[in-house]
Write a protein that binds this ligand. Structure first.
Ligand code: PHE
Length: 421
């Protein structure tokens, strides 16, 4: 019989769970079940007392169960209804093992209902003991079966819950490895090196923390020049060998002096021209849509015995045409002022096609290197002459790609950067 009962409990498509689900339709009925379950009463009566009637499907389940099998029906009505039925509900209400084991104690424990029934048999006649004892034992076995089934179902539920929590969605796309790209400004830097390298320019690199002399004095910036002010220059909290505070270079022009001083001897004794570009980071106290406190410049310097503005125009025009990949552009020089060049000029360019067509765009500072600066190179200004230019790498990049805001370069937004990868 117990095998059949177990089978029935399993096959009744979650009989206990169905009971529970119906009870949980409202907190009120769940409470009612709990309260009622503590007082063993006939299952029918018990069900009839529900404030909310059971759903018909659940009611049918219970009826089918009670009626199934002649042997099961042999359990006396009262025992089925009071103890087994009540235990079934109680087990069904158990949401965890602790509750279930407590419920078990109510029926099968030392002071449990079944144990009390067995104790009560003492007063019965031997005949009555036989039949009554058999009935009570069947009820006891049936309760044990219900308990076993509920234990298994709770364990399965717990396992399913755990599996669901630990489940891995193998259909999710993998995390992948993003391929890095070269920053657009650095691409410009690299392209400049390629172009100037191809026409015989050396590439030099120098310190970003610079001495006052290289950044200003050697470049003809008088001591009270406004560029030296705290408003324009980041000073470092440390002095150079000259006792003046070190600073973050405000332009790449100090590289003219550093490089020329190192190569002055080769020029004067061997006639090797000084022909160099020096790209790198520069710093100014400045921040808006077209200025960033850190930005990039490329310095150019060509010194020999006979280098003129015509050479500057030729070199720079060639550079622009190759950089912007079009011959359809014009270059003009506009008078300007820099302390370290004389004469000085802004280089402007104009596209003959494309979105910027027809507008003169300022692209670089330039000029013939001032004789005092040539002297600071360690060269004779009567003999050596040449030009220098300094262009912004961000500006070149913005014009090339039509970028309107310089800050995009420094925000690290992949949606922006990926366009250049
Ligand atoms: N250093 C100048 C600047 O930062 C640019 C420049 C370089 C001008 C070389 C003339 C010659 O504005």
């Amino acid at each position: 019989m117990n095998d059949r009962l177990e089978k029935h409990l399993r096959e009744s498509a979650g009989f206990i769970d169905a009971l529970l689900a119906s009870a949980e339709q409202s907190d009120a009925s769940a409470l009612a079940i709990r309260r009622q379950a503590e007082v063993p009463e006939s299952t029918q009566k018990f069900i009839a007392q529900f404030s909310t009637p059971l759903p018909p499907a659940t009611q049918k389940l219970i009826d089918d169960f009670v009626e199934s099998g002649t042997q099961l029906a042999q359990l006396t009505d009262s025992i089925i209804k009071t103890h087994f039925g009540s235990a079934l509900l109680d087990f069904g209400l158990a949401r965890d093992t602790a509750y279930l084991e407590n419920a078990k104690a109510k029926y099968l424990g030392k002071a449990g209902a079944v144990t009390e029934l067995l104790k009560g048999m003492a007063q019965l006649s031997p005949e009555e003991k036989k039949t009554r004892g058999a009935e009570i034992n069947r009820a006891k076995d049936a309760i044990e079966v219900a308990l076993k089934v509920r234990r298994e179902s709770l364990a399965a539920q717990a396992l399913n819950k755990q599996l669901a929590a630990e489940s891995i969605d193998v259909t999710l796309p993998g995390r992948g490895r993003g391929v890095g790209g070269i920053h657009p400004v650095i691409k410009t830097w690299q392209r400049c090196e390629e172009i100037f390298g191809s026409i015989g320019f050396d590439v030099a690199d120098g310190p970003e923390i610079e001495a006052d002399w290289y950044n200003f004095t050697a470049l003809n910036n008088p001591p009270n020049h406004p560029a030296r002010s705290m408003q324009d220059t980041f000073y470092v909290d440390m002095n150079g060998t000259d006792g003046l505070p070190l600073l973050l270079r405000t332009h790449t022009s100090p590289m003219q002096v550093r490089y020329a001083k190192m190569h002055a001897n080769d020029l004067s004794s061997k006639g090797t021209p000084i022909k160099v570009i020096a790209p790198g980071r520069t710093y100014r106290v400045d921040s808006d849509a077209t200025h960033s406190p850190m930005f990039h410049q490329i310095e150019g310097l060509w010194i020999d015995e006979n280098i003129s503005f015509a050479d500057l125009k030729g070199v720079y025009t060639d550079f622009l045409r190759r950089f912007f990949e079009t011959d359809a552009l014009q270059v003009r020089f506009r008078p300007s002022y820099f302390p370290f060049t004389e004469p000085s000029a802004e280089i402007d360019m104009k596209f003959d096609s494309g979105p910027l067509k027809g507008r003169w765009l300022e692209i670089s500072g330039s000029g013939q290197v001032h004789p005092s600066v040539v002297k600071n190179f360690g060269l004779d200004p009567e003999r050596f002459i040449g030009f220098a230019f300094g262009s912004g790498l961000e500006r070149l990049t913005m014009l090339k790609h039509g970028i309107g805001d310089l800050r995009l370069f420094f925000e690290g937004d992949l949606r922006f950067l990926k366009q250049f990868a």
